[in-house]
Structures are given as C-alpha cells and as structure tokens.
Design a protein around this ligand. Structure first.
Ligand code: AMP
Length: 232
C-alpha cells in the first residue's frame, strides 16, 4: 500500500500462547509496514549464544520453560525500543508476558515514545491471537527453524521443500531446546498463569482486538492488516 514505508504506526503488540503464530505474523507485518519485529525470545536466545551476563541469567529459566524475570526483560526491551529503527513504530512479539510488564510498557511508552518527536500520541494496537490448545501442541512439536536465517517451518503445516533443510540456504533445520514436549507443557502453563492476565489487562482498558488464530495463516494476516489499517 502506498505510504506504508513512511507513515508512523502505533506500536503493534501481538499476544498469544507459544505456537499461536506471533513470529510468523510479526514478520509479515514487518514486511508490509516496514517497522521492525522485536521478539524478546529471539533477543534472549541471541544473548545466550553470545554468552552475555543477561544470557547466563536467562538460560536455565528458559530451558525450564519458565519466564525470565521482569527486571531483566524490561530494560532489555527499553534498550531495543530506543534504537533508531523503532522511531516509526515496531512490533512486540512475546512482550508483554505478565501484567507487570504490560503496566511497565504503558508507562514507558507514555514517557519515552508518545512524545512530540514521534508525531503520534495514541495507544498501541493490541492484537490477541487465539488458538485451540491441541492445535498449539501440534504446532510446537512440529516446529523447526533455520539456525542461519531464522526462517520458521512446521513439519505438519509448512514443511521445507527438502526434508529438514532450509529452502533459503540449505542449512539443517533445528528444534528449539524449549520445543521438547515436557518443556512445551510448562510454557503453556506459564501462558495460562501469567500471560492470560495480560489480555485481561488490555481488555479492561477496552483496547484488546482478537483474531482467530486457528484460521489459515493468510486469513489471520488479512485480519491483522485490517485491524492495523483501521486503527484510529
Ligand atoms: P518465545 O520465543 O517468545 O517463545 O520465548 C522463549 C522463552 O523466552 C520463554 O519461554 C521465556 O522463557 C523467555 N521470554 C521471552 N519473552 C519473555 C518475556 N516477555 N518475559 C519473560 N520471559 C520471556
């Protein structure tokens, strides 16, 4: 759409359980509106790989499928949003994940983002992707990713052209450490316990938009674009 690479867009917050398709949809939003995806899971995994103090602190918690403490995640998000490429907007994928993070984000946006320099003073666009529990399990157990380019596949739903190899660069696809069945269950428990209240937080403020994440991917994307295009 004309102008999508220049207009300022309110921050887009994607909510949903692990496996709901947030990462896939975030990449599509990124391509259409030219605003960056901020995946807290990806940033934490990069820190683990690079052996930073944050990575050391997060590793064991993530391997158990539990949430990294807010005191570590919030400053990490603040640093990322302050980067220049977020000036026209950004997509949060995997944050906020607790009601405390949601409250922190509201205060941060109010103080640092929605000021005159961004030419907009409106609320973030909050989209919850709802997916059936058994479907989540199926998606998470089938998930594979490319260690080189980050592309995500699913052996049931979106297999690569050649078994276990990335279509883009031929790398051998990998299973994330926390996509093992016992860890998946813990991550889904954490979602119900800690992240559902985030949707309630935005619902109570009348700001929650919901899409049916069980629908085919392109239909979910169409619904999301429609919400963003019509956000006032
Ligand atoms: P994801 O890639 O979004 O599924 O996140 C993988 C893991 O990273 C989660 O299971 C958590 O351990 C950690 N994580 C990601 N985002 C957050 C967050 N906003 N708050 C706390 N922990 C997080």
């Amino acid at each position: 759409m004309a102008g999508e690479s220049s207009r300022t867009i309110e921050p887009v917050i994607l909510l949903g359980a692990p496996g709901a398709g947030k990462g896939t949809q975030a990449k599509r939003i990124e391509q259409r509106y030219h605003i960056p995806q901020i995946s807290t899971g990806d940033i934490l995994r990069q820190n683990i790989k690079a052996g930073t103090p944050l990575g050391h602190a997060a590793k064991a918690v993530m391997e158990r499928g539990q949430l990294v403490p807010d005191e570590l995640v919030c400053p990490m998000v603040a640093d990322r949003i302050r980067e220049i490429d977020c000036e026209r907007g950004f997509i949060l994928d995997g944050f906020p994940r607790t009601a405390a993070q949601a409250g922190w984000l509201d205060a941060f946006l109010e103080n640092e983002f929605f000021d005159n320099s961004h030419g907009c003073n409106r609320l973030p666009i909050v989209i919850s992707m709802d997916v059936d529990y058994n479907e989540l399990l199926r998606r998470l157990t089938g998930r594979r990713s490319c260690p080189t380019c980050g592309r995500i596949y699913n052996v049931h739903l979106q297999p690569p052209k050649v078994d276990e190899l990335c279509d883009n660069d031929g790398s051998k696809l990998v299973i994330r450490d926390d996509d093992r069945e016992e860890v998946i269950r813990e991550r889904l428990n954490e979602f119900v316990r800690q992240t559902r209240p985030v949707a309630d937080y935005y619902q109570a403020k009348g700001r929650l938009k919901t899409v049916n994440g069980d629908l085919p991917m392109d239909q979910v994307t169409a619904q999301i674009f429609c919400i963003i295009d019509n956000h006032v």
